[in-house]
Design a protein around this ligand. Sequence first.
Ligand code: DP6
Length: 314
Amino acid sequence: MTEATASAHPNIALVKYWGKNPDDQWLPITPSVSATLDTLTTTTTVRDASEDRVTLDGVEVHDAKIAHWLAQARTKFGLPSIAIATESNFPASSGLASSASGFAALAVAANEAFGLDLDFSALCELARMGSVSAGRSMLGGFVRLDPASNEQVVAQLHPRDHWPLRMVVAVTDPTQKRISSTSGMARSASTSSYYSSWIVDTGKDYRECIAALADRDFPRLSKIAESNCCKMHALMLSSKPPLLYWKPGTLAAMETVGKLQEDGLDVFFTIDAGPQVKAFCSPEVADIVQEELQVTPGVDHTINCGIGDGPSVH
Ligand code: DP6
């Protein structure tokens, strides 16, 4: 039997991707920068089967995103019918980027099981066919995804030990989100008058973020990451109908981070297409950040992780 298992970690964007290239659904319209996490892991086993079958955390599902990925991957890379069994140690579809780690693990496992022998660029494309952000989980440490790059679209900026930041996730609502990233960003592109400003600003934020990471300049990174995140949520809110991903606990957690900043702690927030707040911080203050977020009203629980590596084959 042809079978392989691979694991990958989610990544959290410091400069966000929110919008696809209209000519290529697997490429973003803007460049983005992320940090790959440790602790949170998706593990996926694929094997050949008489028909496609998918189990998520042990339960058989019909997942539209995976079905779409299978159709694309079959056309482009000749995948046979496969059985996919995937498990994550964190809640799916709640702003914790389970699709990024999921499609990165799936691409690596499929490449291994079926001897596709893809080079890094093609392997990233296979991951991006599921979710664009999955391309960034193909590497560890700090990663950039630049659709206009003359070299690799996905590249590592720095390995994880360049800057051992911590990230505390404040989970305010572990249930499934209402509007997927794919349909949310399509709505923003077609209905928000802020969309063209978002594209211009994000290009600038991208360059600024890369410089802040190179210099390990926390205040500079903090400013650019919070600002880029807030601009993405302003874009979401200016879409018609508006995309509101926040819950009361989201705002409360943002206020907690703001108070800790006033106390002089190196910490900043970022939020994706869900209600969870991710607080990046220096390792020295990670315990205080976690304690304060844990007692913030509306926060269900917290998860403390560091910067992690790229995918591995088992
Ligand atoms: C808000 O990669 O999940 O997390 O490509 O349509 O699957 P699709 O979207 P996805 O979008 C991630 C959006 C984000 C920001 C980011 O991670 O850059």
